[in-house]
Design a protein. Sequence first.
Lengths: 205, 205
Amino acid sequence: MILAGKIKPGERINESQLAAALQVSRAPIREACRQLEKHNIVEVRTNRGTFVRNIDAKEVAELYDVRAALDSLAGERAAERMTPAAVQELTKHLKLMEAFTAQEDVAAYYRANLDFHMAVVRVSANNSLINLYESVCKQALLFRRTSLSLPNRLCVSLDQHKQIFSALNSGRGDWAAALLKNHVLEAGRALVSAIEPKTMELEAG
Amino acid sequence: MILAGKIKPGERINESQLAAALQVSRAPIREACRQLEKHNIVEVRTNRGTFVRNIDAKEVAELYDVRAALDSLAGERAAERMTPAAVQELTKHLKLMEAFTAQEDVAAYYRANLDFHMAVVRVSANNSLINLYESVCKQALLFRRTSLSLPNRLCVSLDQHKQIFSALNSGRGDWAAALLKNHVLEAGRALVSAIEPKTMELEAG
DNA sequence: GAGATAAAAAGTGTCGACAGGTGACGGACT
DNA sequence: AGTCCGTCACCTGTCGACACTTTTTATCTC
């Protein structure tokens, strides 16, 4: 989507203007906006237009709280449905994360991290959960303003994922659920505390 | 929504036809369809139209699994944020449920039941959770084909709600979470087995 | 000069019409 | 008779224009 870096958060989208810029009518623009609204990326207010959602630290915390609950459920169910293919898939992601930790490539690690969690969710074989999880993650990804440079957390995070995999692999659903919940909540807290001081500075200045 | 009993599940929505029937243009119909798509009530396929989602027992089970996780989270957070106003609100719903149980008014009890859970979710003060929970509940409400006549379950359900309220009121978040999760999962299982008599027969036989 | 009101400008919601695509029916070929 | 292809009707996607709402601006009054 163009939102990646084209339109600032909080800004409103001018349908006519965008339509003229893209050489199309307003109808496709509207369709696209509704599609984005479906994923909670923009907010449509009646007779006032569509605004790019501006996510603050409070909402990040909320989303991670929800994500933790969903991850927990995914782990619980995934443990009941582990297959050789699933083991191989998760192992692949773990190897990648291990490599990126050694290289201290935070961005790549973060992507592999997301892939790992997504894989766990898929193993749960709950389509409703899969869709909801994707939606929540997309929303949480809206504030990529700060590249989260927490290199010392990488080792801790990697170890947590290994424990989660171990729990899943041994069929300990409740254990995996607890580990996942704790892991995501920790990550959320780290992210919020990394973001908050900057917003505080902005508010102060 | 008109879907309540007007259009059969799985059926496609003819925009022109509906527009003519409602004396409006196709644009509002499209808008409404996208709104419904946002809530996962209909499915839009490109160049093929919008179809009312046909939810089967499997998906009901999935949704209730997710709902249980969300309810659990809501209970955990609500216990941390209970206020006198919240106590009063929840008590009100409990009283209503008690009255409807005495009258054996299943439909009214069911509505009050939903209100109670929704109130708990609101007390959690997590807007993302509130929106997601509403969405999941709306989806789960898509198959009201069978009026769930389980009068003997009413007393059990009412008792469970009282226990949940007690846990919330005493600030025992993890207890409330466990009770809620169990309660919703039970309700989901009851609903699924009530909807799919064939699977019950299979399991019994 | 500040606040309020009213008019103008801007923008979204809606409308009727046209273009492109999809599914179905019918005919021809194997 | 079965299968494949071309044609056709129906429907969605898109377009430009109009109506209503919101916002801005300019004027008037205190």
